[in-house]
Design a binder for this molecule. Sequence first.
Ligand code: ATP
Length: 196
Amino acid sequence: MKVIGLTGGIGSGKSTIAGIFEHLGVPVYNSDKSAQKIYFKPEVKKQVIELIGAEAYLTDSSLNKEFIAAAVFSDHQKLEQLNSIIHPAVAKDFKEWKEKQHASYLVKESALLFETGIYKEMDALVLVSADKDLRIERVKKRDHLTEEQVLQRINKQMPEAEKEKLAQFIVSNNERQLVIPQVLKIHQKIVESLEL
Ligand code: ATP
């Protein structure tokens, strides 16, 4: 079964676009949401606590994201160690999910598809693109963050222009072009390529 990677910078509208694929009957795996759940698997939780401390968990079902971010923000080695706990667990979870799906293709949504190198395992890549100012406004509104906090997150991601070079399909989500027709066109092209 082919797997299409769906990515884009913070606030670009990945989840919004993923929802359109779902409406078309395409199963979507959200790597970021799965990663949040995976932190609570007993074997993962044990390793996270050993690495950064019990304060990483607020309750049995909520993460102390600020504490985790602060713990790894200026410690690159710790970030790598945390990634080496979470990423293989997400990969395993994706593999198990994939085996249960029945569809002509699947979509794997991830904010850090390029940054993690996972894009190399995808059969094709869809990039959701939106201007930086618009992304800042969306995330400020959605997550109640300051402009500075959003910029900190944006600056940690790969620049949009680099991503555009690696993607086969681009959805422009600048609120100037309708997105549903763009997704329909991409879906049609993917389905046609599968029939060849
Ligand atoms: P993140 O990487 O932060 O999870 P994302 O790329 O998945 O973000 P979304 O959550 O889909 O982005 O969109 C960010 C915000 O912008 C949401 O509140 C969403 O409702 C809004 N949004 C996305 N696309 C549009 C659009 N075309 N018109 C208006 N609002 C939009």
